[in-house]
Ligand binder design. Structure first.
Ligand SMILES: [Zn+2]
Ligand SMILES: [Zn+2]
Length: 252
């Protein structure tokens, strides 16, 4: 599976970091996790066709993880080279149906096309993983908003985990157990923590306890986005530490 960090930023406007989005190509399908502001343009600049997205998965409903679903679906209807016929799957955690209904009430007339849109509300606990083309999706509650979940993708060759926003969470440790790559939020420095988010020492704790092979830190507020970030995480974690950049690609 090929993973592209489309947006590694936060609510803070930045020319360097778009808001949260990661795109995974697996089994010939395109999966988008979170669609913060700038995600659609970010896909273009990373060489990903936004019209090729088959599945959208949200970790939670904060605007910096969701708002670009509006321009994406508007573009599919009115800005695509050819009319879409393939289904689009849109999924998010409980109570996603209510969230989606509110979005559709405002923009739905311009966001709904003739192609099938399949809306799925995921229970907070994953009782049975979902089989997708070429991978298996599971998830677990994260510690951020009441609806927040983190996702894991397993293939024959390895596992990838994306936390969305979270603070330290035993369920996220369990989800990430033994994964090859953990894309994990790291919002604030250790001397200025904010509830609901991680700092470098919290990232290191989750990475060490779950035994992941590689950590990629994302969702970086300016105060933590310093040259010392990899070594700050590395003080509590022995594996490889990468700092996400918009457009960064890696394989699992
Ligand atoms: Zn959030
Ligand atoms: Zn966020």
């Amino acid at each position: 599976m090929e993973i592209t960090v489309v947006g590694s930023g936060t609510v803070v406007p930045s020319l360097k970091r778009r808001q949260s989005c990661v795109v995974v190509r697996a089994g010939g399908e395109t999966l988008a996790f979170d669609l913060g502001s700038g995600a659609v343009r970010g896909m273009l600049s990373a060489g990903i066709d936004p019209f090729a997205v088959d599945h959208i998965f949200f970790t939670h409903f904060h605007p910096d993880h969701t708002v670009d679903v509006v321009p994406l679906l508007f573009a599919i209807n009115y800005g695509a080279r050819e009319e879409r016929t393939l289904p689009l799957h849109v999924s998010g955690p409980e109570p996603f149906v209510g969230f989606w209904g509110s979005v559709m009430e405002v923009w739905g007339a311009w966001m709904s096309g003739d192609y099938p849109t399949i809306v799925s509300e995921l229970p907070k606990e994953c009782h049975s993983p979902i089989d997708l083309a070429g991978c298996r999706l599971s998830w677990t509650p994260a510690e951020h908003r009441s609806e927040s979940i983190a996702y894991r993708l397993d293939t024959d060759t390895g596992a990838f985990v994306y936390t969305g926003d979270t603070e330290y969470s035993e369920s996220v440790v369990e989800l990430a157990r033994g994964a090859d790559t953990l894309l994990i939020e790291c919002s604030f420095p250790d001397d200025a923590p904010v509830p609901g988010h991680l700092t470098p020492s919290g990232v290191a704790r989750i990475a060490t306890e779950s035994g992941v092979g590689r950590v990629v830190v994302t969702h970086l507020y300016p105060a933590v986005d310093t040259p010392s970030l990899p070594s700050d995480v590395g003080r509590g974690y022995d594996g490889e530490v990468l700092v996400a950049e918009d457009g960064m690609k890696f394989s699992v």
